[in-house]
Design a protein. Structure first.
Length: 383
């Protein structure tokens, strides 16, 4: 198989970060195989060199925070403005860039195969050419980052999924897809200006664009590797068996230590729901209903009716906080509302012991009315 030669394939560019706040909820990496700090370059898989249309991996998530915000993919650019990395005559104006469209596909897992499509995102990114050959510090036409010599340049691109409202399952298979002169799902062809440009042109930069790889044994800082020896690709000839894989599917057995350098970022979503009867130590009862979703639109809502006929209804929620311990979850809502039609402030606290003990509900109003009771019937679910 050609992987031994091509594993160091070409590409370069600097980080293009897409940002979008889906809500006020904090974000967290749920899978991360990108080394920190990012080195000058990484091993990589080049689509033009390997006849590849799409390339990716199967990854797992250990947290329940899976409302997807973004996916960051490390790439490697071996492209030169003039000359070529393999001729040792690469010349690039510092900071020079090119643009190219890349797609990130997310699939459900069906056994060991890609299942139905969960979501897809295509973006056009600004990518860097690799720096010029440094014959003083390096051999073989490589560039110098001040410490080491490299053929390609590592950089990251970030796909913004924040508007798609995707909650990921326990595992996904992802695939990176883009077009080169002869490969990709819609090849660029041989009539483009970059392809027909005469020397000393560096040719089409996307032909020297690769997906960067890293070893999870040393770089994985979040998530899991359910298939540590495998990759997924659509390729004309460069598989573990030296054959074609069509359509995008499992390429088993020869990818240990060489996995896409990818990061998934998700919202840390919390949700609280309650609807039930609560009793205090003096025999008083309240029926309370509440809801809050930190990743949903709007704030929370609280309604409370006591056994004397008083009614409280929230009108706005100013803050919602969640705290976890080994055996319980606590949600605190603070806001304003109407108590029998009179404006008041409120603080509501709910504690869910996950069935180990009855849930506790507390409502405190700024007019002095307060209640703390345990769940008699109904539900309290915090997560």
């Amino acid at each position: 198989m050609r992987r031994t030669l091509l594993i160091c394939a070409f590409i370069a560019s600097f980080a293009v970060v897409a940002s979008a706040a889906v809500s006020a909820a904090p974000v967290t990496p749920i899978y991360n195989n990108i080394p920190t700090p990012l080195p000058g370059n990484l091993p990589s898989w080049g689509f033009e060199a390997t006849g590849t249309q799409e390339f990716g991996d199967r990854v797992g998530f250990t947290t329940t925070a899976r409302r997807l915000v973004s996916v960051t993919q490390t790439m490697s650019s071996w492209a030169c403005q003039l000359g070529h990395w393999y001729d040792a005559d690469c010349a690039t104006t510092p900071g020079a860039t090119f643009t190219h469209s890349v797609t990130m596909n997310l699939y459900n897992v069906a056994g060991t195969a890609p299942g139905t499509l969960i979501g897809t995102k295509t973006q056009t990114f600004v990518m860097p050419y690799r720096p010029s050959t440094d014959p003083i510090h390096c051999t073989g036409g490589r560039w110098y980052d001040g410490t080491d010599c490299f053929n390609g340049k590592a950089f990251t691109i970030t796909f913004d999924f924040s508007s798609q409202n995707l909650t990921l399952p326990n595992q996904v298979i992802f695939g990176v897809a883009y077009n080169t002169t002869h490969h990709g799902y819609t090849p660029m062809g041989e009539t483009t200006a970059c392809f027909i440009a005469p020397p000393p042109s560096g040719g089409c930069p996307y032909d020297s664009l690769n997906v960067a790889l890293a070893d999870p044994a040393t770089t994985l800082s979040a998530g899991t590797q359910p298939a540590p020896n495998d990759a997924y690709q659509d390729t004309d000839y460069s598989s573990c068996s030296n054959g074609a894989i069509h359509p995008f599917g499992l390429d088993a057995g020869c990818w240990t230590g060489f996995k896409p350098a990818t990061e998934f970022i998700a919202l840390q979503c919390h949700k609280g729901d309650g609807d039930g009867d609560f009793g205090d130590k003096d025999g008083h009862k309240h029926h309370a209903k509440f809801h809050q979703d930190s990743c949903g639109n709007g704030g929370g809502e609280v309604a409370d009716d006591d056994d004397s006929g008083k009614h409280f209804q929230s009108t706005s929620t100013d803050s919602a906080t969640y705290n976890s311990s080994a055996d319980s979850e606590t949600m605190t809502l603070v806001g304003t509302g109407l108590d029998d039609g009179v404006p008041v402030g409120f603080t509501m606290v709910a504690i869910d012991y996950h069935g180990l003990a009855p849930a506790i509900y507390t409502l405190t109003l700024t007019n002095g009315r307060t209640f703390t009771g345990t769940l008699l019937n109904g539900i309290v679910q915090l997560q």
